[in-house]
Ligand binder design. Structure first.
Ligand code: SF4
Length: 668
């Protein structure tokens, strides 16, 4: 008997030479293959993952019996295109859509059934897929009658929800069975990234997230021995990068510590995996420190997230999220730092309940932290199955959205010809479209100029000396950019204004600059990189701005102080034109003492000082320099140094040459 031919798709984007294994499809295939009734009857072809091979994939399906499609926000359009064309050339092929993008409330939003608009799809799978697909395959063998199967929807009926697996250990590993390798084509120049689940579920239900609601809260752990075997498999199979799909890595402190140790041991033995990227437990606490330390010591981790999303109580209530108290969170940032663990945080722009004032207040609080975590700010996406997309919730908060080309930071631009979309918030009952544009502008300025640090210590000087709020300092910068066309800051301002207009008109957020490498950059990273290309030019433009600010704001600071401060600020940054191992510079004021006192009545002292520090990035290739500084280097702050980490030599300023001789420092 001919086997039943099953094709499958789980399209992904490439990141440089890396792409994800089709993990979800592989998990389903491993489950079906573990069932003796089914394993000999169904023949699984290679899974479709490369976007540029869609024509080849369509022809592969000309005689397939089943097409399984794993649907995410980043592959929805290409998956629909594949399915539509396959149905046309092969109408008997049963096309099944599953995954987080399969919509729960389609009819409520579009007043028609999903199948009226997408008549090439036969079955939608809602929720966890393994048991449902098994039941579909059994029904296929018994005469292709799917009626009554739980968890599915067809044009004729919608089944009851399928209860979730209570024991996920019954699922065979797609790695230990080598099914991931069976499903991908060998490609010499491609390295595969492994998605990895040590548990399923999230105990929280943040309205903007489809994770908590999708996984229905209860966290189900996988067997530790099996997980350790998988870690060993990653090492033996030379997998460079592990994307941990747990919602809360570190939540099981002892177990996650053991698993981290295993990662470290395997890396020592095999050199792989090189890095892992976990989504850290949302209730941030010191408990994460030992887990993070093990991974950091093994050089497997860039930084730890201490996520907040918003600091505003009304907003947190509206999105049903609970954070720890800000004071405790701020202490944690410092505790992590004192343990040598860099951390980063995230804000979401456009959450219901947030106003422009509360949002700026979020930014002010972040900027006042000293030192502060790295800051990432994202547009508020409205995912198809997130509670925020529930019709009643949308109505309550008057959430208007726009379909926007999806922005996948650092992805390869040539891959985006067939555009994927995501819905992003355009306005809410508390934030107008204009407010949101303004909030985006302040997000950019906060990330580029404060978090990346272009004006971090300059703004701190004005904050400490004159009580100027950080948000107000950056309002001055925005005003300056509007009026001074020739400044490099103004060029960046015009570029981001343009991006904001495009983004909120639905034309997308992609920012590409061929001088910075062949990837799509988040604008804040590109701004930093362009400003950091030439330290003399940056210092000159910074000093011009400070002179303007001094007059405009009537601060009357001594000009020689501002000039020295500009030098000091630029010196703290990793800049492209200085690639020596050690950076040495003379100053006329003791900035280190001043900033280390953190505004505690320490008067700026005029005195000759020499500072030195080890240059964090000395890469000569410009593209690699950009990646190491602002992409891979963003979490671990490779783009700047803190004053506390400088070495100081006081006394008469000495030439750099003398300094190097005295301290036996090698360099240009
Ligand atoms: S945002 Fe995080 S904590 Fe909140 S529901 Fe999603 S995964 Fe859970």
């Amino acid at each position: 008997m001919n086997k039943i031919k099953v094709c499958s798709s789980q399209f992904n984007y490439k990141y440089g030479d890396q792409i994800h294994f089709p993990y979800s499809i592989a998990t389903l295939v491993a489950w079906i293959k573990s069932n003796p009734e089914l394993s000999d009857v169904f023949q699984f072809e290679k899974c479709f993952i490369f976007r540029n091979k869609i024509e080849k994939y369509i022809s592969t399906c000309c005689d397939s019996d089943i097409l399984l499609c794993s649907c995410y926000g980043w592959n929805w359009e290409i998956t629909k295109k594949l399915a539509k064309r396959v149905k046309k050339i092969n109408p008997k092929c049963i096309i099944i859509f599953g995954g987080p993008q399969v919509p729960k409330w389609y009819k409520e939003h579009y007043s028609e059934s999903f199948f009226e608009k997408h008549d090439y799809v036969d079955i939608l799978v809602h929720g966890e897929g393994e048991q449902i697909i098994e039941n579909i395959f059994k029904a296929y063998l018994e005469g292709i009658n799917f009626e009554g199967i739980k968890g599915i929807e067809t044009k004729d009926f919608k089944g009851e929800p399928q209860p979730r697996l209570s024991d996920i250990d019954i699922l065979p590993s797609p790695y230990l069975t080598n099914i991931v390798w069976d499903l991908v084509e060998p490609e010499d120049d491609i390295k595969y990234i492994a998605a990895w689940e040590s548990n399923r579920g999230c105990p929280f239900k943040c309205a903007f997230c489809d994770w908590g609601s999708a996984t229905m809260s209860k966290v189900r752990k996988r067997n530790q021995n099996k997980l350790e075997e998988e870690i060993r498999w990653f090492g033996e199979n030379k997998i460079p990068y592990i994307d941990v799909c747990d919602a809360n890595w570190g939540i099981f402190k002892d177990r996650d510590l053991e698993l981290s140790r295993k990662f470290s041991e395997v890396k020592k033995q095999h050199g792989f995996p090189e890095k892992i990227r976990p989504a850290w437990a949302k209730v941030s606490s010191e408990k994460l420190i030992p887990v993070a330390k093990v991974l950091l010591e093994a050089d497997m981790l860039r930084a730890v997230t201490l996520a907040v999303q918003s600091l505003d109580e009304a907003t947190l209530t509206a999105v049903k999220r609970k954070n720890i108290k800000f004071k405790k969170w701020a202490d944690l940032v410092n505790i992590f730092r004192s343990e040598g663990i860099e951390n980063y945080t995230e804000l979401i722009l456009g959450l219901p309940g947030e106003t422009i004032e509360s949002y700026k207040n979020n930014l002010e609080q972040m900027m006042e932290l000293f030192p502060r975590p790295v800051l990432y700010i994202y547009n508020c996406g409205v995912f198809p199955n997130a509670p925020m997309n529930e019709p009643s919730y949308k109505k309550l908060h008057d959430i208007k959205t726009i379909s926007s080309p999806i922005f996948l930071m650092h992805s390869t631009p040539s891959e985006t010809k067939l555009v994927e979309y995501e819905d992003i918030v355009l306005s809410t009952s508390t934030m107008t479209g204009e407010d949101l544009r303004e909030a985006y502008l302040y997000s950019w300025v906060t990330q580029s100029f404060h978090s990346f640090g272009i004006l971090e210590y300059v703004s701190k000087y004005f904050h400490d000396q004159y009580g100027l709020k950080y948000v107000d300092f950056y309002s001055h910068l925005i005003e300056y950019c509007k009026d001074n066309d020739l400044s490099i800051f103004s060029e960046e301002y015009r570029s981001v204004k343009n991006l904001i207009e495009m983004g909120y008109s639905g034309e997308g957020w992609e920012h590409y600059d061929s001088n910075l490498g062949e990837i799509c950059w988040p604008h804040e990273e590109a701004t930093f990189l362009r400003c950091a290309m030439d330290s003399s030019s940056l210092k000159e433009h910074m000093f011009s701005f400070l002179q303007w600010l001094n007059t405009h704001g009537q601060f009357n600071s001594d000009i020689s102080i501002l000039e020295d401060l500009s030098e000091f600020q630029v010196y703290l940054l990793t800049t492209r034109d200085i690639l020596e191992d050690t950076k040495i510079k003379n100053f006329n004021y003791d900035w280190v003492q001043y900033f280390n006192s953190n505004g505690n009545n320490y008067n700026l002292e005029k005195k000759k000082v020499t500072y030195t520090h080890t240059n964090k990035i000395t890469e000569r290739d410009i593209t690699k320099w950009c990646y190491k500084t602002a992409w891979w280097g963003r979490g671990p702050k490779k783009y700047k140094i803190d004053p506390a980490d400088l070495k100081t030599y006081s006394g008469e300023a000495m030439s750099e040459h003398c300094y190097k001789q005295k301290y036996n420092i090698k360099g240009q």
